[in-house]
Design a protein around this ligand. Sequence first.
Ligand SMILES: [Zn+2]
Length: 430
Amino acid sequence: MQKTFMPPFKNLDELNKHQLKGLQWTVGHAYSGSPFYKKRLDQVGVKPKDVHTLDDLKSLPFTTADDLREGYPMPLLSVPESEVVRIHASSGTTGKKKVLAYTQKDIDDWLHIFARCYEMAGLTPKDRVQIAVGYGIWTAGFGFQLGCEKLGAMAIPVGPGNIDMQCQFLVDLQSTVMCCTASMALLMAEEINRRNLRDKIALKKVIYGSERSSEAMRQRIKELMGLEDMFDITGMTELYGPGTGLDCPKHEGIHYWADNYILEILDPDTLKPVPAGEVGEMIVTTLCKEAAPLIRYRTRDLTRLIDHPCSCGNILPMHDRILGRSDDMLIYRAVNIYPGQIDEVLSAVPDISCEYQVILDRGDDGRDYMTLRLECCQDSDASKYPEIAKKVAEEIKKQIMVSCQVEVVDYCSLPRSERKSKRVFDNRPE
Ligand SMILES: [Zn+2]
C-alpha cells in the first residue's frame, strides 16, 4: 500500500486538540527564541502560559510583511543561527525581498505537506512529474521537486520557459503531470495544439498555482492538452512555500493543512472575524515551524472559508480560491469591493480588453462616485462604445450591487506595466 501523508485525525475534535498543542508550543518557542516576538507579546501582556484554548489566539498580536522587512535578513528568527540549514526569499513588489529561514525539520515538514498535495491530486510513485517553475532562491522549484521525490514519483526538473525542451520531454519521457503557472499551462496547451503533439504525449494532470485564472482559461487548457484534471495549489514563502493547500478531485474548495497552521479570516479594516462564509483577509499562525514561526501573520490575501465538509470525505477544512489582495480592496458607498470581483464581471463581457482603471472621487454633494474606465478590444468599432458602457454598468450593478459610470476608451490607451499595473485611483479626501 502507498504511504499516506494525510494527518491521522478522524474528526475535528482531534484536529482541534492537535492545533491547541501546536499553538502553545509556537507561542512558547517564539517567546523564548525570538527577541522580536518576546517584545511583541510583552507589549500586549501575553505570556506563553496564558494560552489555554484555541480562542486565546485572539489575544495574540499580529505580524505583518513590514515586520519581515524590518528584521531583514533573518526576520522572526527563533532558533540559533547554527540550526538554520537553508533560506529562501520571495519577490516583494517594493524594496527588500522577504527572506525566510528554515531548519532541517522545517524543510522535512514542508516536503511532507507537499507530498500530501501530490497524494490528494491522486499521484503515485508511477507518475512522472515535469516541473516547469523557477528554481534558486525562490521556494517554488525545490518544493515541487523534493515533494515529488518524497512521494516517490519521478521528478523532471526542466524549470520555467524553454518551450522546445518542455515539448521534447513531454513526448520522450511521457510525463504524466506538469507543474507550472496557469499562464504557462495555457502557453504549453496552445503549443501542443500547434505542433500536433496531443496524441504523442501522456499528460493527465496539471498542478498550477501562484496567480488567478478563470474557469474559461482552465477549460481551454484541459481541452487542448487532453487532461483528466487540473489542481490549484496554494502557498507563500512566509509559510514554507507552495504546497500549503490543494483543491481535491471534487473541486469544492481548497483543502488547507489545518494540522500545520491555523487559518483565520478577518475583516482587513477591523481585524475582527467576518461572518461565516464571507470574504476577508487570510491570517495564518503556524503550529510547528521552528526557524521563523508565524503568529497571526497578515497575508493580505483575500478568500472565504467554506463551511461545509467536502464530499470527498477528507476532514481537512477548505477555503475558496484566492480572490485578490486586501491592499487592493476599496470601500465605496459602504460596499467592500475587491478587484477580483471587477475582473470577474469584465471577463464575461465581450469586446473589451483586460485593461481597466477604477477612479473614485467625492462629488460636491458629498457623495462618492466611481468611474470605471476600460479599453475596448483591438479592432472594435467606436460606434459600439456607448452600448458596451451600458452593458458593463448593468453587470456591475447586478453582480457587485453598486452604480458606476463607465467610460470606454481606445485599445492601448491605458498605460501598460511589466509589473502589476496600478488600476485603482482613489481621489477621495481621507
Ligand atoms: Zn475534498
